[in-house]
Design a protein around this ligand. Structure first.
Ligand code: PSU
Ligand code: MN
Length: 304
């Protein structure tokens, strides 16, 4: 079977010319931010990738096809569509076969990017091990995907709604390199530091590209997680986020939120509880990740 891939014209052109490409996810648009800020943010992130010398490819599943790059109209429609599936590895094929609209999580975006031979992907935060996972078993499929699919994912670390020490433990067990950019501490999304040391540190996009190429050359399989701390001017200190996080977690438990709904529920409650402050930081950190991802993609496309 031919893969059901559709390339946006800009991405098809970039592939034909061998230009660096950065994949972008769509769950952040449909389940991670409110409309219309989500669409504005998605456009701004695409523009940032272009300004940094690469071509953006926002990925989504539309009407039975894997879209690598969305047109203006597709992005706008996705931004306020209803009943959009939040697609991971488990429901990727079912979403396509049923011709449903699916937003791709980090895991699903990695799968699609790899099919399209795109090696670098920028997002905000990855899914991880949820607090209480020792009883709920709620561990994001993003972690296993990082272990099996050879895409370098640039994120701002993981949110403190998760159990960060357990998330790092699982990544280590799964053989995923966790590389923090430019500092020793693993970042915690809105905050530059989680208080946990990062397993690896690199200070240039070229080093990260070389590590990606080395993994490919060695046949190790799997991707890399690059943790890029939010720029300090947009940081929200951890102590300021803790009350909103605690309240969102308490509400999720009281309302028995489970499975795929957990992360979107927590994200949306935290946006409300911080009155949009967390959203502004969220947008800035994705822009910063887009710039770093573009630099890595450019370094990878340079011979030698
Ligand atoms: N974490 C964030 N922002 C997000 C997500 C996670 O800080 O938008 C989204 C991503 O698409 C991620 C998904 O892949 O949630 C993880 O969902 P789950 O925890 O259900 O695996
Ligand atoms: Mn989960």
């Amino acid at each position: 079977m031919d893969l059901p891939l559709i390339y946006a014209p800009e991405v098809a052109d970039a592939k034909a010319r061998g230009l660096p490409i950065v994949a972008l996810e769509s769950t952040i648009i449909t389940h991670g931010m409110p409309y219309p800020e989500n669409v504005e943010a998605a456009r701004a992130v695409e523009a940032e990738v272009r300004a940094a010398g690469a071509v953006p490819a926002t990925i989504a599943l539309l009407d039975g096809m894997i879209h690598i790059g969305l047109t203006e109209a597709e992005l706008e429609a996705l931004g306020h569509a209803e009943n959009v599936m939040k697609v991971s590895r488990a429901d990727f094929a079912a979403c396509l076969a049923q011709h449903r609209t699916g937003a791709t999580t980090v895991a699903a975006t990695m799968i699609a990017a790899h099919m399209a031979e795109i090696a670098v992907f920028a997002t905000g935060g990855i899914g991880g091990v949820h607090r209480g996972a020792e009883t709920s078993f709620d561990i994001s499929a993003d972690l296993k995907e990082l272990a099996r699919t050879p895409v370098t994912v640039v994120a701002a670390g993981a949110k403190a709604i998760l159990d960060l020490p357990k998330t790092l433990e699982v990544l280590e067990t799964e053989g995923v390199p966790v590389i923090t950019f430019g500092q020793d501490d693993f970042p915690a999304f809105w905050s530059r530091s989680s208080g946990l040391p990062s397993p690896l540190r690199m200070d240039t996009a070229e080093e990260i590209a070389a590590a990606h190429a080395m993994r490919t050359g060695l046949g190790l399989g799997g991707g890399q997680l690059v943790a890029n701390p939010v720029p300090s001017e947009y940081e929200i200190p951890r102590e300021e986020m803790i009350p909103a996080i605690e309240q969102a977690l308490t509400e999720a438990e009281a309302q028995r939120i489970a499975a795929k709904e957990v992360t979107p529920f927590l994200l949306s409650r935290i946006f409300d509880l911080t009155e949009g402050r967390s959203l502004a930081t969220n947008i800035q950190l994705v822009l910063s990740n887009a710039r770093l991802a573009a630099a890595i993609a450019r370094a990878l496309s340079q011979p030698g």
